[in-house]
Design a protein around this ligand. Structure first.
Ligand SMILES: Cc1ncc(C[n+]2csc(CCOP(=O)(O)OP(=O)(O)O)c2C)c(N)n1
Ligand SMILES: [Mg+2]
Length: 329
């Protein structure tokens, strides 16, 4: 294996780069495994998968400390893994088992791990934004330099809560970074048809905050842009928005293929810029990892995912007697 030294163009420690790579692979494997679990009828309901968007999740979370918080969306598996969430209780939660992160009562759209600063995925579009603003307010009052990150989709920019929280975050200089995953679609509609004016970055700027856009399939581009915004927020510069241009490969949810409303050429052209091989090629080219390392990390990740399903399949469902426990209403 290569030395743990910074490389030109990849000016991060080798361990950090490897961890980024491992987390991206874990997200891809998790999403593919959940799709399989769905098709086999081993989970209730539908899954909202994020394969294709791994670079955005990992690039945005890697500059964060464990005590920084994130709020996620209905398409949240990637964010949770990127922030350090464990796939075993995630898989159990997807399958409704008592060993899941929410004791099987949250399901795939409501996974949280407060000990890792993961304040929850959220089935309500824009639902995480208010929670993130509250967390940013707490972070500011604490004065320990923590930041709060709100992931949201391109469709969610049209939710009223985005403007309400952006307004107060700018006025109060809250350490809040909005990360917009622009996967081009709001359910079954191209978002260009739904967003007025000059688009996502302009919306951020008009609210009085910094707006930056990056190639959301380039994990290093996302990482470096995010690092700068996080540094600024820690120093008291207030909120900012990072727009990451990316694409989801599958349907809006696991019950539809995503091909009826998206041209085949559009899907193909995004797949040619798959974030995982893009990053992998850079790592191999710069001799940060060898092709043998690639194979063994793939293997390690696949085995972990397989075992998470086998274990979760054997785990029990929650007991009916606890149906009213651990819930707020
Ligand atoms: C308040 C609210 N309105 C509508 C929905 C139904 N819905 C679920 S996902 C979605 C589209 C969200 O698009 P976007 O924010 O771009 O996220 P993406 O699905 O592309 O990741 C809609 C309208 C919802 N869950 N919550
Ligand atoms: Mg979208």
């Amino acid at each position: 294996m290569a030395q743990n030294k910074p490389r030109p163009g990849l000016d991060l420690e080798r361990d950090t780069l490897l961890e980024m790579y491992r987390r991206m692979l874990t997200i891809r494997a998790f999403e593919e495994t959940v799709f399989d679990v769905y098709r086999k009828g081993w989970m209730p309901g539908l899954a909202h998968l994020s394969d294709g968007q791994e670079a955005t999740a990992v690039g945005a979370c890697m500059p964060l400390r464990t005590d920084d918080t994130i709020t996620s969306t209905h398409r949240g598996h990637g964010h949770i893994i990127a922030k350090g969430g464990r796939v075993e209780p995630m898989m159990a939660e997807v399958m409704g088992k008592v060993t899941g992160y929410c004791r099987g009562k949250g399901g795939e759209m409501h996974i949280a791990d407060v000990s890792l600063g993961i304040l929850g995925a959220n089935g309500i579009v824009g639902g995480g934004l208010g929670i993130a603003a509250g967390s940013a307010f707490t972070a500011k009052r604490e004065g320990k330099g923590r930041v709060s990150v709100a992931f949201f989709g391109d469709g969610a920019i049209n939710q009223g809560i985005w403007y309400e929280t952006a307004n107060i975050a700018v006025l109060w200089k809250l350490p809040l970074i909005y990360v917009c995953e622009n996967n081009q679609y709001t359910e079954f509609t191209n978002s260009k048809k739904l967003i007025s004016g000059e688009g996502l970055v302009a919306r951020a700027r008009v609210m009085g905050m910094k707006g930056v856009e990056v190639d959301g399939n380039d994990v290093l581009a996302v990482y470096h842009a995010m690092q700068e915004l996080v540094d600024g927020a820690r120093k008291g510069e207030g909120p900012a928005t990072l727009v990451c241009h990316t694409f989801r490969y599958g349907g809006h949810h696991s019950g539809e293929p995503g091909t009826a409303y998206r041209p085949k050429e559009e899907i193909e052209s995004w797949k040619k810029r798959d974030p995982i091989p893009l990053f992998e090629a850079k790592l191999v080219e710069q001799k940060i990892i060898t092709p043998q390392d690639v194979e063994s990390i793939h293997d390690e990740v696949d085995k972990r995912l397989q075992s998470s399903v086998e274990v979760a399949r054997q785990d029990p469902f929650p007991n009916v007697s606890e149906v009213t426990e651990h819930v707020y209403s």
